[in-house]
Design a protein around this ligand. Structure first.
Ligand SMILES: Cc1ncc(COP(=O)(O)O)c(C=O)c1O
Length: 364
């Protein structure tokens, strides 16, 4: 008898950004600039940090399994009723949970090819059928192609807007057109991990759309603008029946005590959000310009990272050469972009460092 089902034996594990300590150990470098995981270059909110430190004194206790205070804070901040909120150990847990809870054998998970890999992993880990629509113009979600792949078996649709790893975005009018074609029995999960950085005209107002489309689930995270990636905290807005079902399936204490306390404080720290947004809005054009001067094709982005394509430069080689310069970026060959790197927008010093390292490595 096989040890595990075929869909588990054939799983490809998620490849995370290389941790700083590992790069230091393996390459004998120090002062590493990690621009590989779209974290917040300014670090955590100081208010969240203080709340986390205080919460540490109570870690002999189990956390509040209902995350009452955190949900109340989210409810107040976004004017969403508490029963329409679910919190998770990163939004990644919620992606998994959605598949586990809702997708039956024979039903399909639909998403865009080359979009965030967690959707694909979640479907595969549960032995569910994944249907992928191709992107248009290499880097953009194609809502018409997704529309064409809807079927009576489609149970969940994952849409990342802005997208990772491309940083591109689609417009609310495209989304509305798509939502109009989706059966009310299909859940559409709009993953807004980078929404706080968006300034593009015509971008969706997901909270308003939820009023018109009850099958819309909105996913967000504290890992990006709030700078709490290491604590693992994400949240979802969905209609009460959907939240209640997910609540039954999740682990009893899925969000730890420190994360809950830090999350409440982070929501209060409007200044940190403002500074983080301002940094990305100033530094992203600087990074993009520098990358273009080095001959890269830079994909337009609304997130805190950019996808830069270096034609003729195999992604893993360039990645490795940059590691030797104490710079960690993210090669995205696994996403079908063999010569591209995803680079997080850092502080000015980090952006200068990555550009200098690239200049050296590319011999420009
Ligand atoms: C589009 C998207 N969704 C979800 C996540 C997961 O975020 P977390 O699990 O840290 O909340 C990420 C992280 O990079 C992301 O890019």
């Amino acid at each position: 008898m096989p040890l595990v089902p075929h869909h588990v034996a054939s799983l490809q594990p998620y490849v995370p950004g290389k941790p700083i300590e590992e790069v230091e150990r393996e390459y004998g470098v120090t002062d590493v600039a990690k621009l590989a995981s779209n974290e917040n270059a300014l670090g955590p909110s100081p208010l969240a940090l203080r709340a986390a430190q205080e919460a540490c004194a109570r870690v002999h206790l189990y956390p509040d399994g209902s995350a009452f205070l955190l949900k109340r804070a989210l409810s107040g901040r976004f004017s969403v009723p508490v029963e329409e909120i679910l919190v998770g150990n990163g939004s990644n847990e919620l992606i998994e949970l959605l598949v586990r809870t809702f997708v039956l054998e024979g039903e399909e998970v639909l998403t865009s090819a080359q979009s965030f890999v967690a959707y694909k992993l979640a479907a595969h880990a549960h032995g569910r059928t994944l249907v992928e629509a191709p992107m248009k113009e290499r880097f953009h979600y194609d809502l018409d192609a997704l529309h064409a792949r809807l079927s009576p078996r489609t149970k969940l649709v994952f849409l990342a807007n802005p997208d990772n790893p491309t940083g591109t975005w689609f417009l609310e009018k495209e989304l509305v057109h798509f939502l109009g074609a989706v059966s009310r029995d299909t859940l559409v999960v709009l993953d807004e991990a980078y929404v706080e950085f968006v300034e593009a005209e015509g971008f969706q107002d997901a909270l308003a759309l939820r009023q018109r489309y009850p099958n819309l689930v909105v996913l967000r995270t504290f890992s990006k603008i709030y700078g709490l990636a290491g604590l693992r905290l994400g949240y979802a807005f969905a209609r009460p029946e959907v939240v209640a079902l997910l609540d039954r399936v999740r682990a009893p204490f899925n969000v730890n005590l420190v994360a809950q306390a830090a999350g409440v404080a982070a929501l209060d720290d409007e200044e940190h959000v403002l500074l983080s947004r301002r940094l990305v809005r100033t530094e992203r054009p600087f990074l993009e310009q520098g990358l273009r001067e080095l001959g890269a094709t830079v994909v337009p982005s609304q997130a805190n990272f950019v996808l830069a394509d270096f034609p003729g430069r195999p992604g893993m080689e360039l990645f490795d050469a940059l590691l030797r310069q104490a710079v960690v970026v993210r090669p995205v060959a696994g996403y079908g972009f063999p010569t591209a790197q995803r680079i997080t927008v850092g502080t000015r010093a980090e952006n200068v460092k990555v550009l200098a390292a690239l200049r050296k490595v590319l011999g420009r």
